[in-house]
Design a protein around this ligand. Structure first.
Ligand code: ZN
Length: 335
């Protein structure tokens, strides 16, 4: 490995960038010459030396520079562990919980423990979901999903872990996918664990609740709809047709934990990878952030494509501040 140590005359930038080959260092040296009047030194160092940040907005790089570096990052790390979040699906018409600064957008989301113990909470959830589901289920993969599937097709993806529950990666063609927070198109019985499709449940819900089925409301994250000012208690719940148990969407609600075996499997894939690429996630939820922490501990490089700040900004070796749909198709063209 080669560490390129650039000491820049501008007086404000002094950074360390870790690369795997001389070619990579030379590439960046040429880029540096074009952009800056620079004084620099090139040093060979031990592999366990410090990896420091390489965050694009710090360098005021233009989009072309960012994409060059992202393409280089992907070429240099052929076994990517891709970690995706809501930003990948926003242009498929599925809103996220947070804005680009990682700030919460709306009211409190459904809490898992409240859903399980409280019938009123379940009625509120299913009433809103009954309105939100038709739109959610019609969402189509966008250019970012397709580009990530293309990246896998080219052999660059060891595994993809998504925090999204929409199944759009699989529909775009990605095969090595773990749905960390489950899937909204499945419903599970909490008593007998029978799984039924969400579409089937929608039919049963609509048949029993015609007065709700025709309501309109603004779309919210995870197939929710901002339906208020109606009497949720009038909703007639649908139970498991096998045992009469409580039905719950097969997703991890806030206040619940991701199953241990799912986390363990994902961590194993992370350890087989040589870099993490975060795509469209602010990583504010620990269940995703933990993979960056583990990568950092293992000395695995971390890159990110995200429009706003992330909880892992201090850990990043590369950051591209663009939308996923803008950056990823162009990345694919560069490879
Ligand atoms: Zn059941």
């Amino acid at each position: 490995m080669v560490l390129f140590c650039g000491i820049y005359e501008a007086g404000i930038i002094s950074d360390l960038i870790l690369f795997r080959s001389d070619a990579a260092a030379q590439f960046h040296a040429r880029q540096g010459q074009r952009r800056r009047r620079a004084t620099r030194s090139l040093e060979i160092v031990a592999p366990d030396d410090t990896i420091d940040r390489f965050v694009d907005d710090k360098f005021s790089m233009n989009q072309s520079d960012s994409l060059n570096r992202l393409a280089l990052f992907v070429r240099e790390h052929p076994r990517l562990f891709v970690l995706t979040g809501a930003g990948v699906s926003t242009e498929s018409g599925i809103p996220g919980y947070r804005d680009e600064n990682g700030t919460w957008r709306g009211g409190q989301p459904i809490q898992g423990p409240a859903f399980i113990r409280d019938e009123q909470t379940r009625k509120r959830y299913w009433a809103r979901s009954l309105i939100g589901w038709p739109h959610f289920s019609r969402a189509e993969p966008n250019a970012a999903h397709r580009a990530l599937a293309g990246l896998e097709e080219l052999g660059h993806v060891c595994h993809l872990v998504t925090q999204n529950v929409d199944g759009l990666h699989q529909r775009a063609g990605s095969r090595r996918v773990t749905d960390l927070h489950g899937r909204l198109d499945r419903v599970v019985c909490l008593a007998c664990r029978k799984i039924v499709s969400r579409s089937e449940l929608q039919c049963r819900l609509e048949a029993r609740n015609q007065e709700f089925a025709h309501l309109e409301a603004e779309r919210a994250a995870d197939g929710d709809a901002l339906l208020e000012s109606v009497d949720f208690l009038r909703l007639e719940l649908v139970d498991c047709d096998e045992c009469g148990g409580i039905l719950k969407p097969d997703v991890i609600f806030f206040g619940e934990t991701v199953p241990v075996d799912r986390v363990r499997f994902s961590m194993e894939r992370l350890r087989l990878s040589d870099a993490v690429l975060v795509v469209g996630s602010s990583l504010m939820v620990y269940s995703g952030f933990r993979f960056c922490r583990e990568a950092k501990r293992l000395g695995i490089a971390i890159g990110a494509v995200n429009l706003g700040r992330t909880r892992a900004d201090e850990m990043l070796d590369l950051k591209v501040t663009e939308t996923c749909t803008a950056a990823l198709p162009r990345l694919l063209d560069e490879l």
